[in-house]
Design a protein around this ligand. Sequence first.
Ligand code: CA
Length: 239
Amino acid sequence: MAHLLLVEDDELLRDGLCAQLRLAGHSVDAVDDGVQAKALLESTRLDGVVLDLGLPPVQGVAMDGIMVLRWIRQRLPHLPVLVLTARDDIDDRVAGLNAGADDYLTKPFDMAELLARLAAMLRRSRMPAFDGTLQADAPPAHRLRLDPQLPMGWLDEDAMELTHREWSLLGLLLKHLGQVVGREDVLAVWQTQAPEGGVVGGSNALEVYVHRLRRKLQGSGLNIRNVRGLGYMLELQAP
Ligand code: CA
């Protein structure tokens, strides 16, 4: 089951899609314009978005699907987005893919195809465990580097001692900088690792590790934010 955002201004289509997505076991937030979409994206942890490209202006201000998509790509680079485009509008389709859509469907589409493509898109996007590699384009606005193989980090030239669990937790957060990493995602990684200092991975242990990491990150320009009920997010501190 995934938590999806559906952005579609055609009421009939929106209601129909909503019902089908829920039948398929997803939970769905549905909105009919780009401003509401942004508000939801900012306040909710989502697994994927179904986005109509042809959205109406809001109070006279243009806010079509491409603008929403560009905004998503800046703020939530890994969030999978499937765009819906008008039939035969090749320009729209190309613009959608250029703006970072993961997949698209042209209207009218078959509901079974939408569900299949959505499932494939969500599968592809499942959060991978930290495997030592970091995004090559990680923003350099902070001082932290992690060793890709050994449980070590650096704040500029200062070595930071990390336990294996601290390293894998920090790596996971760093890889998804600016995104919420669910507790379950961390615990799932820890489950594959040996207990540390007699501590078996669990929700309480996770809080202890986050607390320790926060101390170690002081002065790094990074902060671990607790996102209530969801997990943790590594974020850049305001300068
Ligand atoms: Ca539309």
